[in-house]
Design a protein around this ligand. Structure first.
Ligand SMILES: *[C@@H]1O[C@H](CO)[C@@H](O)[C@H](O)[C@H]1NC(C)=O
Ligand SMILES: *[C@@H]1O[C@H](CO)[C@@H](O)[C@H](O)[C@H]1NC(C)=O
Ligand SMILES: *[C@@H]1O[C@H](CO)[C@@H](O)[C@H](O)[C@H]1NC(C)=O
Length: 413
């Protein structure tokens, strides 16, 4: 026993000396340290002083598409999160991954570089009782997720059992601060593809979000309780809203968005179950909708309170959209009819500017505002909507007196 222990001891000393020398000589000679060192050492020396690289495969990930690599992702995250700046690399392979939470706060900034494909486990027992999340980043600051790779929620099995089971959100960013998500594909989510929940300072760019138009509840990008978020240059086609913006969201910009199939870009629903909701400062600029059920929509339930205010929809193209422009303050998405209620979420200061294209239904503009809390400060400027296939479209307007600037067609009479 004793001799074995001392052999181990000597081994340890030799290894330490080896590391000391190799790191010294590398620093002195400024050589590429990758050539001879084992992977652990390589990790810490690979990049600049402030960033360490962590390759998921060095933590035992197999990337064979059939073995759940969740433990390797956990371990790699733990190390990356406690480094003073880390790049976590997912190589160009095919990873199967059960539900996982990447929890912060972390020591330094983290870049999650996704080069390969990450597919969700379809084993429902993996998701536990709650089953609400597949991949969640929780309480992480200064995070960048990028790399051109793919998150695939493997949603088919959930869509088929849509009403019977809890369905996980695919990618959730919860309580984050200074987040960049860019150049990624997110597809076939169990339900919502990407959710920004209670975040501040988010840039989401060059995302490609896709699932079949028939997949239930698969919102593309969901924004809730989040401030200062910009979503840009993204192509979204799913079975529900391309972008949905709900309670507590403020200063939300969506620009250069391609949407379809899907339910369009929605603010709301707000105020369900007599709740109070606030959304303000939303700009949708340069969007192209094709074959969606809605274009730009604001939807609130009767009986709610709060407001949706300071909203701009500008420079928008619509192609064969069923309800291109819609405010529905009588939104009711339940089996029993909703009863008439006095209170409502206010809808005020909404600007529609430079919107053109075709409507798949006769009614291109529908403003169904609340009788007790009418829509206020609605402006339409340069609107030109035709019926798909030719002919004129109409506007249906209740409890609203919008201001028209320039050529507006159709318009409220
Ligand atoms: C960490 O990220 C923040 C926000 O992106 C940035 O301002 C800061 O310079 C970064 N720090 C380091 C050490 O890179
Ligand atoms: C919008 O989408 C339609 C249909 O996909 C396409 O024909 C059109 O060129 C697009 N417009 C812009 C400005 O990209
Ligand atoms: C507006 O909402 C009310 C209440 O839900 C509904 O009865 C009515 O049909 C809607 N009007 C239009 C034009 O859709």
């Amino acid at each position: 026993m004793d001799s074995k222990r001392s052999v181990l001891h000597i081994h340890a000393i030799i290894i330490s000396i080896f590391f000391l020398f190799s790191s010294l000589c590398c620093r002195l000679l400024q050589e590429d340290p990758r050539v001879h060192l084992p992977s652990r050492a390589r990790r810490s020396l690979l990049s600049s002083a402030s960033t360490s690289n962590f390759d998921i495969d060095d933590f035992g990930a197999q990337g064979d598409g059939s073995h759940d690599d969740v433990r390797a992702f956990h371990k790699a995250w733990k190390e990356a999160c406690s480094a003073t700046g880390a790049a976590l690399v997912v190589p160009k392979k095919n990873y199967l991954l059960g539900p996982i939470t990447f929890a912060g706060p972390c020591q330094g900034n983290i870049t999650f570089q996704i080069n390969g494909i990450i597919r969700a486990s379809t084993d429902q027992s993996d998701y536990g009782e709650d089953g609400r999340h597949w991949i969640m980043f929780d309480g992480v600051q200064n995070l960048v997720v990028q790399g051109g790779g793919t998150f695939d929620g493997n949603g088919l099995i959930w869509w088929q059992n849509s009403c019977k089971i809890n369905k996980a959100l695919a990618l959730t960013f919860n309580n984050c601060e200074n987040l960049i998500t860019q150049n990624l594909k997110i597809q076939n989510a169990q339900q919502i593809h990407v959710s920004f929940d209670k975040c501040s300072g988010v840039r989401a760019a060059d995302l490609q979000v896709t699932s079949p138009g028939s997949s239930p509840n698969t919102d593309g990008i969901h924004v809730t309780g989040t401030q200062n978020i910009q979503i840009s240059s993204s192509i979204i086609g799913t079975g529900d809203d391309c972008i949905s913006i709900v309670d507590g969201s403020q200063n939300v910009q969506a620009m250069d968005i391609t949407c379809g199939p899907g339910h369009g870009i929605s603010i709301g629903s707000l105020g369900s179950g007599n709740s109070e909701a606030h959304v303000s400062g939303v700009t949708v600029n340069r969007a192209n909708f094709s074959g969606t059920t809605n274009g730009v929509r604001i939807k609130t339930w009767q009986g709610g309170s709060g407001s949706a205010s300071n909203i701009k929809f500008q420079n928008i193209e619509m192609h064969d959209v069923s309800n291109p422009i819609i405010i529905d303050q009588n939104y009711c998405d339940q089996d029993e009819p909703c009863k008439q209620q006095k209170s409502a979420v206010e809808v005020k200061n909404v600007m529609y500017q430079n919107i053109k294209g075709t409507s798949a239904s006769d009614v291109a503009i529908e403003f169904n505002c609340s009788q007790s809390v009418p829509c206020e400060g609605i402006v339409l400027q340069n609107i030109n909507m035709q019926r798909t296939g030719g002919g004129s479209a109409t506007a249906s307007c209740n409890n609203i007196d919008p201001k028209n600037i320039g050529a507006v067609s159709p318009r409220c009479s």
